[in-house]
Design a protein around this ligand. Structure first.
Ligand code: GUN
Length: 295
């Protein structure tokens, strides 16, 4: 395992995601050799936000790389909610499609909950629907949300045991913080504290974490003085920063001040190359599972 030059072991999400993609590609090869239907992922993108475009490009590239079929549906920023819901309904009915994701964010005039909840739960490979969200707590069969699932898988593959540990989740979003805190508590058997951007005295909570997970979207939020010696630090923050030196004009930064926190932590995820690639690997995994369950 690679140590950072600052001391902590780097949790290499890029490598783990590549391992998972390799496992999925092998499974797809078996399906192909048996003349079975190959997994098919549909992606909806509304508008032309630069960061969303990059994420969608990555998802298309990843789908191709493991041998999935894919369909990319792009709509103008001005599409009505009603029309978008109709398109989702059509894909729900399309027997060839196994997984459907709607890239977020959506324009202001569209109700995101109504849209994500329109996706048939079996095809909801982002794990965004209320039914799949509820299945985390009810422990019924469901599709686990892609980013939280990716974090749990990283912890598993690095053999970081969460049982009885104090996990502090900073961020309570519907996509990451809320489901991940539940998964750490149920499946992970951890003691979980959920903080967020309005928490008073945030450092008093974070500094008692055995495992600190941060998904806020505020660069520089977590500094070394807020982290316990030898803690595991998982940075799920993604903020787009203009950067003229990059070909695409921006770069993505996390919520943790990496260098100083890496000097104190036992394990740490970098941004990029930590949790980000795991979201896509989980999405592919969920699509493969959805396809196998349906056919
Ligand atoms: N926007 C930011 N993260 C995600 C994600 O995981 N899935 C989708 N569909 N949109 C996003």
């Amino acid at each position: 395992m690679e140590k950072t030059k600052f001391g902590a072991i780097k949790i290499d999400g890029k490598k783990v995601a590549n391992d998972i993609k390799q496992e999925i590609a092998e499974r797809v090869e078996v399906l192909r050799s048996e003349n079975k239907k190959l997994p098919h992922l549909a992606i909806i993108m509304v508008g032309d936000d630069g960061a969303s475009q990059t994420y969608v490009d990555n998802k298309v590239r990843a789908s191709k790389s493991v041998g999935f079929h894919y369909t990319l549906l792009r709509f103008a920023e001005t599409i009505s909610e009603e029309k978008l819901l109709k398109h989702i309904d059509q894909i729900n009915q399309d027997d060839d499609v196994d997984g459907l994701i709607v890239q977020l964010p959506l324009p202001e005039h569209i109700n995101v909950v109504r849209v994500t909840d329109m996706i048939m739960p079996e095809k909801d490979v982002d794990g965004f629907t209320n039914q799949n969200f509820g299945s985390i707590v009810s422990k019924e069969q469901g599709v686990l949300p892609a980013t939280p699932y990716g974090v749990m898988e990283l912890l598993r593959r690095y053999e970081i045991d969460t049982t009885g540990k104090h996990c502090v989740m900073v961020g309570n979003s519907r996509i990451v913080g809320a489901p991940l805190s539940m998964m750490l508590s149920t499946e992970g058997k951890a003691t979980v504290t959920v903080c967020h951007i309005h928490t008073k005295g945030l450092a008093s909570f974070t500094s008692s974490a055995d495992i600190l997970l941060v998904a806020v979207g505020k660069p520089g939020l977590i500094t070394a003085d807020m982290v316990k010696e030898d803690a595991v630090v998982i940075d799920i923050g993604t903020t787009k920063i203009d950067d003229a030196s990059r070909a695409r004009g921006f770069r993505i930064v996390g919520d943790v001040v990496f260098d100083e926190v890496a000097a104190k932590a036992s394990y740490i995820t970098p941004v990029p190359g930590g949790v980000g690639p795991m979201t896509i690997a989980s999405l592919l995994y969920n699509t493969l599972q959805a396809a196998e369950a349906r056919h």
